[in-house]
Design a protein around this ligand. Structure first.
Ligand code: NPW
Ligand code: ADP
Length: 296
């Protein structure tokens, strides 16, 4: 029995109905997502985010990869449009005209990473997902934090941050243990600091925003404690938010739905014997697609 201070539980599979496609829809109705990251040694992070984005229904999935050596066709997933993230990020974004941007998986902390994050924070009113190293860069740079806050003032509820407890601790200048000791206080502090929608990952993921009190996700399991699972969540939010633009699902709703799908699909896979040990992010992507279509 939850006590009076427990957050309400996520329960948003009904949103899936809004993603119903008219028979004549085109890929433009499903939206163009640009995902930015994949520095040397971490190309896999942005490829996993891209595969999740593709399998959760985005119209186009473009990867801007910081590692030039990895910026080539992904043979087993030729649908992904892989580009080398050239130095002039603002010009690239103006040419691409994305419907939704996600930045961070495997981004690293190079000058190019800073340039891309700066350009993304200045890009106008589309849904934006900020994850992983992009969060770390913001935690180290007061100017970037101020730009994030300015963006949220100009375009409220169009930016979601997806920290795990380690990233949350860096943003709050705290420790992972302190974050975990009071996760509700931590997410409230993150919302206050950044003025963003925030997803605090880990067991019983929390989501909150300046306009929403925290909700929790009771699904999910320790089979998800494997590198790349968060990259999958980022790509999934991006796909749902991009479709949401023409299907009346806002970034808050897309984020809630992605969290619930991600965790519920992991539970379904464990129930089928795929995990907890050895459950892979790539398997979770396919599991999420199944759960989405079963509730379509
Ligand atoms: N295939 C690829 O290319 C992949 C590439 N990847 C990319 O690698 C980059 C680095 O990202 P990363 O998350 O691996 O390292 P990092 O930010 O140092 O955080 C780790 C520390 O945070 C904490 N912590 C985390 N979770 C916690 C929890 N639930 N509960 C409590 N604490 C928790 C914990 O700190 P500790 O408690 O040990 O002090 C832990 O040691 C990033 O760009 C990412 O996208 C990955 O996506 C993997 C697949
Ligand atoms: N023990 C757990 N119970 C429930 N969910 C978990 C557990 N461990 C990890 N997860 C989930 O898996 C994902 C891990 O994300 P993250 O740490 O960012 O991974 P990565 O950066 O390697 O992609 C998050 O969505 C988190 O909530």
């Amino acid at each position: 029995m939850p006590d009076a201070t427990s957050p309400n539980n996520l329960n948003c599979f009904a949103y899936i109905k809004r993603l119903k496609r008219d028979p004549a829809e085109s890929k433009a109705d499903a939206g163009k997502v640009v995902l930015i990251g994949g520095a040397p040694g971490m190309a896999g992070a942005i490829v996993l985010a891209g595969k999740a984005c593709l399998h959760l229904g985005a119209g186009w999935t473009v990867l801007e990869m910081l590692d030039a050596a990895s910026a080539h066709l992904v043979p087993e997933q030729a649908e992904l449009m892989v580009r080398f993230a050239k130095p002039d990020a603002a010009i690239e974004l103006a040419e691409l005209k994305p419907d939704c941007i996600a930045i961070g998986p495997g981004l690293g902390n190079s000058l190019a990473a800073m340039d891309w994050l700066t350009a993304v924070l200045a890009y106008p009113a589309i849904p934006l997902i900020i994850d992983a190293d992009a969060l770390n860069l913001i935690s180290q740079n007061e100017t970037l934090l101020q730009r994030l806050r300015n963006r949220n003032q100009a375009f409220p509820l169009l930016t979601v941050l997806t920290p795990h407890p380690g990233e949350a601790a860096r943003l709050l200048n705290s420790t992972g243990t302190q974050v975990q000791d009071d996760r509700i206080a931590s997410i409230r502090a993150l919302v206050e600091l950044t003025r963003s929608i925030v997803i605090l990952k880990g067991q019983h993921t929390l989501i909150a925003s300046p306009a929403h009190t925290p909700l929790q996700c009771l699904q999910g399991n320790a089979g998800m404690a494997t590198g790349g699972m968060g990259d999958v969540l980022t790509g999934s939010i991006a796909a749902l938010a991009a479709q949401g633009i023409r299907h009346e699902l806002d970034l808050w709703e897309a984020s809630c739905l992605a969290v619930e799908l991600h965790a519920s699909a992991a539970d379904a896979l464990v129930n089928q014997g795929v995990g907890p040990i050895g459950l892979t992010p790539a398997e979770l992507i396919l599991g999420m697609r199944s759960v989405l279509n079963q509730n379509y």
